[in-house]
Design a protein. Structure first.
Length: 176
């Protein structure tokens, strides 16, 4: 009897410890495929003509961000939270200073001389945005399922450990 109780007690503690160690890894792996990635202040070099932008034609030139959507991401996961700033940190206004296409990751300046001389005295812009990595789970029900797995894993480990501890307590007359 004591040997059986000791074995169950040891198994319960080992199972609990293993569960605690594994739960963080399961949650981390779930986070990898369910969280979008962010790009902060990605430098975008604009075409130059000396020290300022070439005003002629620059208002319609297209610039592509580094992590532009391709393949399935064009329709299922376009760019979100796009912010464009000039080199001095002034944030530009979408549809006034620039136009951005979330599906392709391409933007272009919309104003002519005002945008180029006032907003872009230096030939660099900085793009900040959120995008989907190649391993991103694009199905919302799939992300929900993956995010539930660590919780169910923790509940299962806890219930098994509690069951083993209850069994030991019952065998030794602690609980009637």
């Amino acid at each position: 009897m004591v040997n059986s109780s000791a074995s169950k007690l040891i198994a319960g503690f080992i199972l609990l410890i293993i569960g605690i160690v594994l739960i963080s890894q399961v949650a981390i792996q779930g986070q990898v495929v369910t969280a979008k990635k962010g790009s902060s202040s990605e430098s975008q070099a604009l075409s130059t003509n000396g020290t300022q932008l070439n005003i002629t034609g620059m208002e319609n030139a297209d610039y592509t961000i580094t992590n532009a959507p391709t393949g399935w991401k064009v329709l299922d996961c376009p760019i979100t939270n796009f912010v464009l700033a000039n080199a001095s940190g002034s944030t530009l206004v979408e549809d006034t200073d620039f136009v951005f296409d979330e599906a392709t990751g391409i933007y272009s300046l919309t104003k002519t001389t005002l945008t180029i001389s006032t907003l872009y005295p230096i030939n660099t812009s900085y793009a900040t945005y959120t995008y989907c990595g190649d391993d991103y789970m694009n199905l919302s029900w799939g992300r929900t399922g993956i995010n539930l797995i660590p919780g169910f894993f923790a509940i299962t480990m806890l219930l098994i450990s509690v069951g083993l501890f209850y069994s030991v307590a019952k065998e030794n007359g602690i609980i009637k």
